[in-house]
Design a protein around this ligand. Sequence first.
Ligand code: ING
Length: 310
Amino acid sequence: MTRFLTVGAAQMGPIQRSHSRREVVERLVAHLREGKRMGCDLVVFPELTLTTFFPRWYMTDQAEIDAFFEAEMPSNETAPLFNEAKRLGLGFCLGYAELARENGRVRRFNTSIIVERDGQVVGKYRKVHLPGHAEHEPQRPFQHLEKRYFEVGNLGFPVFKAFGGNIGMCICNDRRWPETYRVMGLQNVEMVLLGYNTPIHNAPAPDHDEHTWFHNQLSMQAGAYQNGTWVVGVAKGGTEEGIPSLADSMIVAPSGKVVARAGGDGDELVVHRCDLDAGQSYKRSTFNFAVHRQPDQYRMIVERKGAMDP
Ligand code: ING
């Protein structure tokens, strides 16, 4: 029997610094209700969904920084989201800034969780590829201080049994790196859920700006096709605190085809009924890793001294 999973990519328009978590959660709940109306089983929210994208600012006061983090999940402010999802029988994927206390240490991660239809958190991922910089770079029109505010994720790229399939997550910049998808592909991932905050201007390489849309689509199409998996990419888009950010949320099939796409740059639910078996023909043929991949050769080249020598 075909395993269909109807997914809603819940694109968010700008979240300004003045927007409270309560106001944001109301927008997220509106997405859940629309998702229910449209037959969704799962609604996917963007990276750092609960606040404005705060790494755009240089801050030194830890209390000011920590105001953007969640010390518990769910909290009083986010409980309405969990409660409404459970009431509607919907699962969701939520990106947020995680403040964790582990072994007596405070740790801060750019995190994403998968919550099943019974309200249980069944998976957590912490962003590995942190772009940007760690120190103030005043010459930039805006900062990108993820390396300052977050630690590198320490959970790897796990794949979880959820929603009747093998579901993985990554976050924003992770989607640009083929290893991200391949590590999950080697775990037979069938759907990758990811959110992103992507400024259209890339200060270190302004000549890339015109390709922002293309690079976004290219990265997710390649990851989907080369690993026989669905990819759900969900933006926080529009002009947030004066910074134009890429929208263009989309759902990509294992064929690499974009099967659903946002039309605007505001709050918009993009829905598609995904056949979780659609990746099997790729995993069994073109990308049958056991039959066609030669990992020993890759290792030899990488480990051999002077790998570029003839
Ligand atoms: N944002 C951006 C992203 O990878 C970026 C950073 C933009 C990197 C453009 C390279 C080019 O989409 C986050 N949050 O990772």
